[in-house]
Design a protein around this ligand. Structure first.
Ligand code: F6P
Length: 377
């Protein structure tokens, strides 16, 4: 039965790193709203910055046509936060201006599509009195409360394709090839791609590694006549030493406020830069220990670009069209999440600021370990 929704205005913005499937989600909201009621859909450009600067576009049928298969976002995106907006070399709290523009545009709801950062910012706006709905998008799959995020499947496919290609060259040259895979501070992408691509070692942030254990696993392969190896490493992967230092500062952070907290946060980001994303240095060390020729491929933004997979198009379409149900029911302050074949509403306060880490005993990890894949631990 057609959904009956009242007249009014839906605002949409996309924020954070772009993700394949964003346009499918925009189209899902826009077309469902247009065909089932008299709601107008307005898109704000470049994330929260566009709402602050009141840069918008009417998302009519013309705008929504032909975008299902497009990667990126037709609205543009940015990582700008309402409460820390870069303005002339400083960061300024522009929350009031954003709330004012929300009302000036007569919005009944603002749909924010984004990852962890967007969720926190959207929650703040909902606390400031705006009606907010979010959709979980990120290639990292690091949002709690949803089975999966859209964008993950496409990025996974790209990373697996890369590993398949690296396999033949690694084997021909008898080399170790280390492939760095995105994922911010979680290992879903590296784990999934490493498993599907048959990587010999997988390094993820949730399972700290030592270079010696990693080297042992590669030399053990050599002893079995395997003269090449593929190592899938998450960009956030960390050594046991780095992890210990970071956890110690994180512990101090609990319950610390004010200046001391700011200092500890600075310490944390310094440790993150020192110990995470050091794939090149790790490769050099590995080459010295194993004596095997080693190469590095950093997949980087390739994993976010291009056309979304069929799974992501359908996931984003389901989430976008379902959002209209919650708008019709005036259920706000929620994220529309994936729950098996259904969508469900999860309160923003339950998900904002939380991270969906890979449980170290997750079935994907167990399956990989059963195949003697090394985690460097
Ligand atoms: O969150 C998505 C993501 O692609 C992460 O995997 C990565 O750490 C980050 O964004 C890269 O951000 P940017 O595109 O701003 O360099």
């Amino acid at each position: 039965m057609a959904k009956q929704i009242r007249s009014g205005h839906i605002g949409i913005l996309t924020s954070g790193g772009d993700t394949p499937g964003l346009n499918a989600a925009i189209r899902g909201i826009g077309k469902t709203a247009a065909s089932n009621g008299s709601m107008q859909v307005i898109g704000f450009k470049d994330g929260f910055r566009g709402l602050m600067e009141n840069r918008s576009v009417r998302l009519d049928n013309n705008m929504l046509s032909g975008i299902l298969t497009l990667g990126g976002t037709i609205l543009g995106t940015s990582r700008d936060k309402p409460h820390k907006m870069p303005m002339g070399g400083k960061t300024v709290d522009m929350t009031d201006v954003i709330v004012e523009n929300y009302h000036k545009n007569h919005l009944d709801v603002l749909v924010c599509m984004g990852g962890g950062g967007t969720l926190k910012n959207a929650f703040r706006l909902s606390q400031a009195g705006c009606n907010i709905i979010t959709l979980p998008k990120t290639i990292d799959n690091d949002i709690v409360g949803t089975d999966v995020t859209f964008g993950f499947d496409t990025a996974l496919g790209i990373a697996v394709d890369a590993i398949d290609r690296l396999h033949s060259t690694a084997s021909s040259h008898h080399r170790v090839i280390i492939v760095e895979i995105m994922g911010h501070k979680v290992g879903w992408l590296a784990l999934g791609a490493g498993m599907a691509g048959g990587a010999d070692a997988i390094l993820i942030p949730e399972i700290p590694y030592t270079i010696d254990k990693l080297a042992d696993s590669i030399l053990e392969r050599v002893s079995r006549g395997k003269r090449f190896s593929i190592v899938a490493v998450a960009e956030g992967a960390i050594t046991v030493e780095g992890d210990r230092k970071i956890k110690a500062v994180e512990k101090k952070l609990e319950g610390t406020e004010g200046e001391e907290r700011a200092k500890l946060k600075d310490q944390l980001s310094a440790l993150d830069s020192e110990y995470r994303g050091s794939t090149m240095a790790m490769a050099e060390e590995l080459q010295i220990i194993t004596g095997l020729e080693t190469r590095v491929t950093i997949l980087g933004h390739l994993q976010r670009g291009g056309t979304p997979s069929a799974l992501d198009r359908n996931l984003a379409t389901r989430l976008g069209t379902s959002a209209i149900d919650y708008i019709r029911d005036e259920q706000f302050g929620i994220m529309v999440a994936v729950d098996g074949e259904q969508c469900k509403a999860v309160p923003l306060q339950d998900v904002a600021g939380k991270i969906n880490y890979v449980p170290p005993d997750h079935s994907w990890v167990t399956a990989a370990r059963n195949l003697a894949t090394s985690f460097g631990d």
